[in-house]
Design a protein around this ligand. Structure first.
Ligand code: SF4
Length: 430
């Protein structure tokens, strides 16, 4: 299956946003490489050259590009915990049924991988550690603590994803006691009909109660989805108003995309989405309502109370290196992009977890950093990127002329229209 460059490019950005890969990630990334950009895919290299991590020892960093903007000393870590009570029909990320019998084996495999990668992070300041999934809350406090004990997490944002139906006051307190200092709830909607449509296991009341129970964390993020089948502007506004009235500090927005590997993809012809004009109206409503309630938009789809930007996600957008652990986890380190096998049994049984890697040329890295960096309100210093990487950025003048980009004080940023059409802008740049 050949994808357009745009689809592959946007897909690569989605991986950066989520820290783990859909099941077909390898195929799609390889498709992206088939463009005329002459990408340097190294599929299979790990088999030819021995253990992948031997090639990524920390000494190579002394001369690496990681020093860009003093990012060298910082690193983010992502731990993928793939267990879910039920597969949501729109979800295409790697997850498995919540099976207690495999969790200890999975923990052992995670520990093995952490030991393997130790030299890559041991001299770095870990600024964020993110347990994503799946539903990491279901992994259990003891197992999460076992993992945390392997890292030096002083001054570190430690996020755990949870679903409203899984939590209890007691468990929340236990997670807080072991050092988790940020919770991210998969709420998606405060409309009961929409929750049922999405196949979520929680009710509106459970979501509201969960946020209140988690209040002692003082740093709560919720995910909300728009552009859902049957969703109206007024139901979306009610969801936003409800969200803003809760003791939360952060909101991440997702517009529904019917992705391959999701259950809905197989019947996508039958699914009627609200349409482009409505999607734009919903997005604008989100910007207006969150702003009215004191949230600041710092990225296309991220809104926070002052001082509560997601440190972890910001790392993806500014190009901080990150290491992923667990089945399907994705990493970017020392100019290598690599991902683990998206199969929990293989991940647990095989010594080498990486099954895909590629290096990026300087030109590709500049393109990617511009495309990802544009997501942030602060925009991108393109000249600094060019100077550091020794590679020319693509011309952006046609995007400025089209009213999608604007340059202010040496930084290029998206216009409001550019934000709405970000996927097309990113595809054009990459
Ligand atoms: S709970 Fe989250 S990760 Fe699990 S299937 Fe649903 S959307 Fe996907």
């Amino acid at each position: 299956m050949i994808k357009t460059v745009g689809e592959g490019a946007v897909f690569a950005i989605q991986m950066l946003m989520n820290g783990s890969i859909p099941k077909q990630a390898e195929e799609l990334v390889l498709d992206a490489s088939e463009s005329s950009r002459n990408s340097t895919i190294e599929k299979g290299a790990i088999l030819q050259y021995g253990p992948f991590f031997d090639r990524l020892n920390s000494e190579t960093l002394a001369s690496s590009n990681s020093q860009f903007f003093n990012l060298f000393e910082y690193i983010s870590l992502y731990i993928h915990i793939p267990f879910c009570r039920r597969k949501c029909p729109y979800c295409h990320f790697y997850s498995v049924y919540d099976d207690e019998s495999i969790k200890d084996r999975y923990l052992q495999a995670l520990v093995r991988e952490i030991e393997q990668k130790k030299s890559l992070f041991s001299k770095r300041h870990i600024v964020s550690l993110y347990f994503g999934g799946g539903t990491p809350f279901l992994f259990g406090v003891e197992r999460i603590k076992t993992i945390l004990d392997y890292f030096d997490v002083v001054d570190c944002e430690i996020t755990l994803e949870a679903n409203p139906e899984s939590i209890s006051e007691e468990k929340l307190e236990e997670y807080r006691a072991i050092g988790v200092n940020r919770l991210s709830f998969g709420v998606q909607s405060f409309d009961q009909r929409e929750l049922q449509l999405l196949g979520r296991c929680h009710s509106v009341e459970q979501a509201i109660q969960a946020v209140h129970l988690a209040k002692p964390f003082g740093n709560i993020s919720i995910d909300l989805m728009y552009e859902l089948p049957g969703q109206t502007l007024s139901s979306w506004k009610r969801t936003l108003e409800q969200a803003c009235s809760l003791p939360i500090q952060h909101i991440s927005l997702y517009n529904l995309m019917i992705e391959p590997e999701s259950a809905w993809y197989r019947k996508k012809e039958a699914i009627v989405l609200p349409g482009e004009q409505m999607a734009l109206a919903m997005y604008e409503a989100a910007v207006d309502i969150t702003s009215k309630h004191g949230f600041e938009q710092y990225e296309i789809s991220a809104f926070s109370r002052p001082g509560f930007h997601s440190n972890h996600n910001s790392g993806y957008w500014i190009g901080r290196e990150f290491l992923g652990f667990g089945a399907a986890a994705f990493s970017f380190y020392n100019n290598y992009r690599f991902s683990n096998v998206a199969d929990i049994r293989k991940y647990c049984s095989e010594e080498e977890s990486v099954d895909f890697s590629e290096t990026l040329t300087s030109e590709e890295r500049v393109r990617e950093l511009i495309a990802v960096g544009l997501r942030m309100n602060q925009g991108v210093d393109v000249a600094a990127l060019e100077e550091h990487w020794g590679a020319a950025a693509p011309s952006l003048s046609h995007l400025e002329e089209a009213g999608l980009l604007v340059t202010k004080k040496g930084r290029v940023g998206l216009t409001q229209r550019g934000r709405l059409l970000y996927d097309a802008v990113a595809a054009e740049i990459i």
